[in-house]
Design a protein around this ligand. Sequence first.
Ligand SMILES: Cc1ncc(C[n+]2csc(CCOP(=O)(O)OP(=O)(O)O)c2C)c(N)n1
Ligand code: SF4
Ligand SMILES: [Mg+2]
Length: 303
Amino acid sequence: MTDEETPASAGGTISAEVTPAPNGDLAALELHPYDHLLRSEALPHIWCQGCGIGTALGALLHGFEHASVPVEKRVIVSGIGCSSRVVYYAKTDAYHTTHGRAIPFATGVKLTNPTLNVVVFAGDGDLFAIGGNHFMHAARRNMDLLVVCINNFNYGMTGGQGGPTTPEGALSTTTPYGNAERPFNLPEFAAAAGASYVARWTTLDVRRLQATFTEALARHGFRFVEVLAPCPVSFGKTNKIGTGAEEMEYYYALEILKSRIESTSHVGTEIVLHRPIVVGKFVDLERETFLDRYARVVAKAKE
Ligand SMILES: Cc1ncc(C[n+]2csc(CCOP(=O)(O)OP(=O)(O)O)c2C)c(N)n1
Ligand code: SF4
Ligand SMILES: [Mg+2]
């Protein structure tokens, strides 16, 4: 990213002020309340100023703590992309796999050691373009995974190409005259494929995200959380939404809680540029998981 592309040059500000370490001792300085949950040796991170991925990671770490998941039981599996970089920074067991293949790797981890609490954390391109089939079948099986999708409506890492969640008409480096395709509606896709738990929030909804992760980490089966997140240097810039902060204002103006629109059928969960965005929890069911069913089959085979 060049200086020209930073949100600061588009009107944001960067503070150069840093709290001095006591006696100049950097090790004694607590940089963040979740510092102990981060691999500080891997910092600085690669994310652009105003990117939403770190906010979602912070909420997930909050969820691990508040759902009382023991540190040694936390696993994050990711694919490839800016979102998938979280595995470098979270102090959990982690697996940075190949593009689109986080779900099958995570399935292998869970089946090998069912006592682990396995989270897949990846981008919209990773999970729904190259990895779409894996998503669909893991949901159908009700595989015991929490899947977190950072939906920034494009392929952030590779230069802002359009993908399966790019809204119709939106601009990207591969749709310079507007996207002619209709995007996936991720909550509906997940629900139709068989997910037990489905929610969507934006990175503006930090407390709701924290509560959702806390709840979802304590559940079983296939759980899906879509996080709408700013990608200011690509999607935000190309579509004139602006900086990360301006994309938050965009969400503030457009998001509607699902609970507020229960009685009005004309507002759905599809995402249309500059139209209301429905957020909330859409599915929360107790269903037999793959591991439950598989244990029965194994018991039968042993009879
Ligand atoms: C098999 C394969 N195909 C393509 C790529 C190139 N590639 C790397 S990241 C990426 C897309 C990332 O988009 P997304 O998953 O939405 O993550 P984001 O960067 O937006 O967080 C692509 C196409 C790759 N690394 N491997
Ligand atoms: S390119 Fe977009 S998604 Fe990637 S770090 Fe920058 S703002 Fe975030
Ligand atoms: Mg993306």
